[in-house]
Structure formats: structure tokens, C-alpha cells
Design a protein around this ligand. Structure first.
Ligand SMILES: NC(=O)c1ccc[n+]([C@@H]2O[C@H](COP(=O)([O-])OP(=O)(O)OC[C@H]3O[C@@H](n4cnc5c(N)ncnc54)[C@H](O)[C@@H]3O)[C@@H](O)[C@H]2O)c1
Length: 250
């Protein structure tokens, strides 16, 4: 893989997405950090630029196609064609199924599933033109094992896995691979919010149930993204690469 390939990461201002941006930027890639959180985006992108990285930071809402299209136009103009897309932005919340209103359901699908659709589809013209592309979606173990009080989240993430597998078949002939990483427990602000809300056990408690007894880190997920984006992974597509310490083995 040549390190001049442009990388787009959604949810790049926090947690797993930030870890992915840091890894690719430090390897020399131009990185587009896209996120809803403006202040965190400005802070983290400035820190990476201080290290000498080439970063474009844009506020986007992945559920809004116009917002993605505008960001991609800026990326193409400032960094060049999009080669690697990591659709990572997402939300999570613990709610009993009976209490999931139609609005709560729809918001979850709009961000966690339709957001991936927008993020990926809008990048495809560049990848088709280059006859090379890497698409990595971040799904969740919730889609593999089910998750208590997260039926809407698990349903959206199951959709992400189905989308990933189908796209892998559709795009293989164009030199584009499509894979998904379903994390189990990663120490990020999302996990901390769940713990604070009482909808997620403390990480040290969960760690006792993981064969490799610790929570994952954004670096663990970023390393797998680096592999999937590499030329060495050119024969890997449609796969669910579970980077989870063995918490779910399926
Ligand atoms: N942390 C875990 O244990 C865990 C486990 C399984 C899956 N995941 C998945 O990993 C991904 C990253 O999660 P994280 O733990 O880093 O969470 P996080 O909350 O730390 O980061 C998610 C980022 O996505 C951004 N975002 C949310 N909605 C957005 C929108 N509509 N448009 C643009 N950006 C938006 C947030 O602002 C935030 O910066 C998510 O898709 C999540 O579902 C996380």
C-alpha cells in the first residue's frame, strides 16, 4: 500500500475512529476526519497536524446525504480521490424493546445503517475510477450474539454486516474489497457513557468474561483496519474480522 492514498474516517473525533485516524495519519496518509462533534474534531485534527500529518476535518452528520456529499467534494478538492473509507460513526443506547419509540428506532437506523450507506456509496465513483478501493465498516458483536436492551442497535449493526457482505460480492470485480470489524468491548467514550448510565457493566467486570482479559483499545481496531486496507489483504473481502479478545468466537 502506498501511503499517499486518501483515507476517510467517519466518527473520527472520538474513540475508535480517532484511533484509526491517528494510525493512518502517522503512517503518512492524508486523512479526512468527519464527525458531528465540532470542538473535538478541531482539537484532535489540530493535534495531528502538529505532528506533521495532512488532515482535513469536516463536521458532518452521516445520516444526511447532502452533508456527506459536501464533505466529499471538499476532500476531493483538497486531498484528492478517496481510496479508503472507514464507516465507523455510530451511536448506542440501552433501552428496553417496549420503550423504543418509532422515532428512537428510526434515528438508530438513520445513523448506524443509512449513515454507512451514504458514507460508502458517495465514495464509490473514485474507487471505481481507480479500480482500487478499500471499504471497512465498523459493526458490533451485538449483531453476532444479540444484545440486551439494544435491539434497535443490534438490528442496525446486523444491517451493516449484510450490506458489507453484499457489497463485497458486487464490488470485487472492480478491485474494491469490503470487510467489517465487529468490536465487542472497546474502552472509548461510548463505553464510558454506557457505564455511567448503568446500561453497560464496568470494563473490569466485563474483562473477566473475555479470554484475553481486558477491554479492547482503539489501537487494536485501527491495526486491523490497517491490515484490511493493505495490499496484503487484496484477497480478503466480505469478511467479519472479529477483533474482540475472543469474547465472541463464531
Ligand atoms: N466502544 C465499544 O465497545 C464498541 C463496541 C461495538 C461497536 N462499536 C462501534 O464502534 C463505532 C465507534 O464507537 P466508539 O466506541 O468509538 O464511540 P464514540 O462515541 O467514542 O465515537 C463515535 C463518534 O461518532 C460520532 N457520531 C455519532 N453520530 C454521528 C453522526 N450522525 N454523524 C457523524 N458522526 C457521528 C460521534 O460524535 C463520535 O465522535 C460505533 O459504530 C460503535 O457502534 C463500539
Amino acid at each position: 500500500m502506498t501511503n499517499n492514498k486518501v483515507v476517510v474516517v467517519t466518527g473520527g473525533a472520538s474513540g475508535i475512529g480517532l484511533g484509526i485516524c491517528q494510525l493512518f495519519a502517522r503512517k503518512g496518509h492524508p486523512v479526512a476526519m468527519l464527525d458531528l462533534q465540532r470542538a473535538a474534531l478541531l482539537r484532535e485534527s489540530a493535534a495531528l497536524r502538529e505532528e506533521g500529518a495532512t488532515i482535513l476535518a469536516r463536521t458532518v452528520d452521516v445520516s444526511d446525504r447532502a452533508s456527506i456529499d459536501a464533505a466529499y467534494a471538499a476532500i476531493r478538492a483538497e486531498l484528492g480521490p478517496i481510496a479508503i473509507v472507514i464507516a465507523n460513526a455510530g451511536i448506542s443506547e440501552g433501552i428496553a424493546f417496549d420503550d423504543i419509540s418509532v422515532d428512537i428506532w428510526q434515528r438508530m437506523i438513520d445513523i448506524n445503517l443509512t449513515g454507512v450507506f451514504h458514507t460508502v456509496q458517495a465514495a464509490l465513483p473514485d474507487m471505481r475510477a481507480a479500480k482500487w478501493g478499500r471499504i471497512i465498516t465498523i459493526s458490533s458483536q451485538a449483531a453476532q450474539s444479540g444484545a440486551m436492551d439494544r435491539a434497535h442497535y443490534a438490528a442496525a449493526k446486523s444491517g451493516v454486516i449484510g450490506l458489507t457482505r453484499s457489497l463485497a460480492r458486487e464490488l470485487a470485480a472492480h478491485g474494491i474489497t469490503v470487510n467489517t470489524i465487529p468490536p465487542s468491548v472497546v474502552a472509548t467514550p461510548m463505553a464510558e457513557q454506557g457505564i455511567a448510565a448503568g446500561t453497560f457493566p464496568p470494563l473490569e467486570v466485563i474483562a473477566q468474561h473475555i479470554p484475553i482479559p481486558r477491554a479492547g483499545t482503539p489501537k487494536d481496531i485501527a491495526a486491523a483496519c490497517e491490515y484490511l486496507a493493505s495490499d496484503g489483504a487484496s484477497y480478503v473481502t466480505g469478511q467479519v474480522l472479529a477483533v474482540n479478545g475472543g469474547m465472541f468466537i463464531g
